[in-house]
Design a protein around this ligand. Structure first.
Ligand code: BJW
Ligand code: ZN
Length: 298
């Protein structure tokens, strides 16, 4: 009788421990590195936090405001329809900021791991929500950009997309886009904003980014599905995991039983879905996590 009660108690204790384990991710770096050393197909999903140490403000942290607005107020087709000059000032400012910044050790650790693993017949794929191109600058190949890029524009009429690295993007935006709340709106006439350069078109162009309420590119989404399906390890770096559909990618991978590790300054609403959580700046945690493992074959 006593033995039965004890074994029931122990069984219950064990199941509570398993439940606690499931909801509390591990921060055991050595254990993560063992998993990393065996993974053959790694997906790294990144957000604004990975570029924070390069000096690019995140969306939902301090510094997430431009003048009196948050991204949600300006990164919409409605805002652009109402005031294309204001929205172009916002993006022109961000282009200029990004052009003055460099990739940081977090971006570099990912690029170096991708190169090294490729030499071992292993794959590392970056899926980013960022539009800053810093993964490219760090030397990462074949980055999947979920939300577009600051350095492409798209015609609002014929939808032609072109790359554009001019600084400023048009002369009328020179010296405009100041971020302080008291800055005057430039009220640039539409004719002087970026335009389509297709012969016979010339319509207003917009940033080639995905705004709230807009669908993500279907080819991009199907490539993402494919990569998430194939991966045997997933890293989620510097994202608050609140913006969909990106917010559900890593939890879906975890549901398949694949190890997922979150690298963030703080816990997020997705943290408890993951097996590992590493608190701290990604520029410090990623170089440790992705450094060559003694078991790697050159
Ligand atoms: C560090 C760090 C360091 C800091 N080291 N970490 C389902 C449910 C509910 C709503 C929806 C849903 N499906 C769709 C929606 C609507 C909407 C949405 O998700 N809304 C939510 C806010 C609730 N989604 C959409 O509209 C998407 N479209 C879509 O799904 O179409 C179909 C559809 C439409 C409408 C209804 C239903 C279906 C499109 C979303 C496009 C998002 N676009 C933006 C702007 C891009 C252009 C631009 O930049 O201007 O993308 S919004 C903004 O958020 C940007 C980012 O990519 C994105 C994600 O932000 P991110 O990267 O996570 O940054 P932060 O700032 O939030 O977090 C930074 C993190 O880093 C923090 O956790 C820090 O702690 C951490 N950190 N320093 C490590 N050094
Ligand atoms: Zn056009």
């Amino acid at each position: 009788m006593f033995a039965t009660a004890t074994s029931n108690f122990l069984r219950r204790l064990k199941s509570l421990a398993v439940m606690a384990e499931r909801s509390r991710p591990s921060s055991d770096m050595a254990a993560f590195r063992e998993v990393f050393s065996k993974a053959k197909y790694i997906v790294v999903l990144t957000g604004a936090g990975i570029s924070a140490e390069s000096g690019i403000p995140t969306f939902r942290g301090a510094g997430g405001y431009w003048r009196r607005w948050k991204a949600q107020d300006l990164a919409t087709p409605q805002a652009f329809g109402r005031n294309p000059s204001l929205v172009w000032e916002f993006y022109s400012y961000r282009r200029e900021v990004v052009l003055s910044k460099m990739p940081n050790p977090g971006h570099e650790a990912i690029a170096a791991a991708q190169k090294r693993l490729a030499g071992q017949g292993r794959k590392l794929v970056v899926i980013t929500q960022n539009i800053d191109r810093l993964h490219h600058s760090a030397g990462t190949d074949d980055v999947i950009e979920l939300h577009g890029t600051l350095f492409k524009v798209r015609c609002t009429e014929c939808e032609t997309v072109r790359e554009d690295w001019n600084s400023p993007i048009v002369p009328a935006l020179a010296g405009k886009g100041a971020p302080d709340p008291d800055a005057e709106d430039a009220r640039i006439p539409e004719a002087d904003l970026p335009r389509c350069n297709q012969a016979g078109c010339g319509a207003l162009a917009r940033p080639h980014v995905v705004w709230f309420g807009e669908g993500l590119d279907s080819e991009v989404l199907s490539r993402v599905d494919d990569e998430l399906e194939k991966c045997d390890l997933c890293l989620v770096v510097g994202t608050s995991s609140v913006v969909y559909p990106a917010a559900m990618f890593a939890p879906l991978v975890a549901q398949r039983g694949v190890p997922v590790a979150e690298f963030n300054l703080e816990e997020t609403s997705a943290t408890t879905s993951f097996g590992y959580h590493f608190s701290g700046p990604a520029g410090q945690t990623l170089p440790v996590a992705l450094a060559p493992h003694p078991d790697e074959k050159d």
